[in-house]
Ligand binder design. Structure first.
Ligand SMILES: [Zn+2]
Ligand SMILES: [Zn+2]
Length: 463
């Protein structure tokens, strides 16, 4: 599967295989020396982030550059953009070993936060990003203990603080005061010379301090102007702790245990197949094989072919094809017995489908009437669009006359609360049509034409 990427530097889009993207995204966080299970965690995290952006999961891709799954602008879709970095063998192996796996919560890919080292426990999401996310709960993590962070201590002067925080700090006016435990009990003469001072609990003469500290005189004062700020852990503390992950991996835990430890209540599961293979993903269709055993209006041919049977056979074939295309499909009946109109409408209104399609055959006193027609309820423009697409395909497959799309106010068209189409495939009463309906191969072709019509309709609508 390929993803569309917006190349920010060159202002143009390109396609990149999903696995290459995952490799580059994972490589940003994975050092050469890292354990294989850590690499697997990051392969899954990167894949989850891409999945989260796909339409198939309700994602919108890059919000700054619409139409692309992600952009290479640093700080937008990815913190450091998408640098052209070397993807190591171990990362490529990790991608293979975790093929299609993503982290989900409530059947949706999660936003998999991570940080370098939590320093004892991770954070609840509300304390960092202000909103409660069920899978981002505080967990204790002693796995990252004992690891030294780089740059964990930093010195700041009062000037640094003023500049970085954009504040004004009053300098102490007193020239001498106690700083408990450090400078205490200053004894000073009339000229301002220090006679004695306790430093760190020990008493020193002024001259002694001058000598030992190499000061110019015993007339001195002091003030705190430089601070050491020391941190525990590195990063916001949300989600997965990279240092802890590495330690867990070294202790023999696998990626599933690690991801489940840091992300609360998640599932690790296979990603849905790419959209191009499931054009009807998320669509609900009700198929209505009209008539059936016990229906006094059922069409029966001279040779004894029953309309209800033909409709059911075709509907079941359409059902199979639509399911393969990713749709959820319901039938108003699955056996030969007739189901009353009201009950069929009820089934549809309970399911609330995107489309309701009745499969029917026509009958007429005069044998010469033949061909295909379809009906929709007035102003149901979507049904009209789908109707035309299906009629074209059907007439081609069945090599029959296209009798056209018509407005009608049949009970089902009126009572079912969604776009509704009734397709009358052929005439049971016409000998040529009847022989086509009796042929299982033709029936299968008719079903294919209808299923393909539905797929084409949604593809056109999606554009
Ligand atoms: Zn972006
Ligand atoms: Zn940790």
């Amino acid at each position: 599967m390929k993803c569309s990427v917006y190349d920010w530097e060159n202002s143009k889009g390109f396609f990149m295989p999903m696995d290459d993207l995952i490799g580059r995204m994972a490589a940003i966080n994975i050092r050469e020396t890292f354990h294989m299970e850590t690499a697997k965690c990051f392969a899954i995290i990167a894949r989850t982030e891409l999945a989260r952006r796909l339409k198939i999961y309700g994602g919108h891709g890059c919000e700054k550059h619409p139409g692309y799954v992600l952009c290479t602008e640093p700080g937008h879709c990815l913190e450091f953009g998408l640098p052209n970095i070397n993807v190591s063998e171990s990362i490529m192996q990790a991608i293979k070993d975790t093929k299609n796996l993503i982290i989900t919560f409530d059947e949706k890919p999660i936003k998999a936060y991570y940080h370098y080292r939590c320093g004892g426990s991770t954070e609840n999401s509300e304390n960092v990003i202000g909103s409660r996310i069920t899978y981002l709960r505080k967990v204790f993590c002693d796995y990252c203990e004992g690891y030294e962070d780089e740059d964990k201590e930093k010195f700041f002067t009062l000037e640094d603080l003023e500049r970085l925080l954009n504040v004004k700090i009053e300098r102490p006016k007193d020239v001498y005061y106690n700083i408990k435990g450090i400078f205490e009990n200053m004894d000073i003469d009339d000229q301002g010379r220090i006679k004695s001072l306790d430093i760190g609990g020990k008493s020193f003469k002024g001259t002694e301090i001058m000598e030992k500290l190499g000061l110019n005189s015993t007339r001195f004062n002091y003030m705190p102007v430089r601070f050491l700020i020391s941190c525990i852990g590195t990063g916001h503390g949300l989600g997965l702790c990279i240092t802890g992950t590495e330690e867990m991996a070294r202790r023999g835990m696998d990626y599933r245990e690690i991801l489940n430890y840091y992300y609360t209540g998640i599932k690790i599961e296979e990603m849905e197949l790419p959209e191009e293979n499931k054009p009807l993903k998320g669509k609900v269709i009700v198929l209505d094989p009209a008539s059936g055993k016990g229906d006094i209006y059922e069409g029966v041919s001279i040779k004894g072919l029953r309309e209800g049977d033909v409709n059911l056979d075709i509907a079941k074939e359409i059902e199979k094809l639509l399911r393969e295309a990713g749709a959820r499909v319901y039938l108003t009946r699955t056996d030969k017995d007739h189901v009353h109109l009201c009950d069929r409408a009820d089934i549809a209104n309970k399911v609330k489908p995107d489309f309701f399609i009745s499969i029917c055959q026509s009958t007429f006193p005069n044998q010469s009437a033949s061909g295909t027609e379809a009906y929709y309820y007035r102003e149901d423009n979507e049904a009209a669009k789908l109707g035309n697409i299906i009629l074209d395909g059907l007439c081609q497959q069945l090599q029959c006359r296209n009798r056209g799309l018509r407005i009608a106010d049949f009970y089902m068209l009126k009572e079912v609360k969604c776009s509704t189409l009734q397709i009358n495939l052929l005439y049971m009463t016409n000998p040529e049509d009847e022989s086509k309906l009796a042929d299982p191969d033709r029936r299968r072709k008719a079903a294919e034409a209808i299923a393909q019509g539905i797929i084409s309709y949604y593809e056109q609508k999606g554009k």
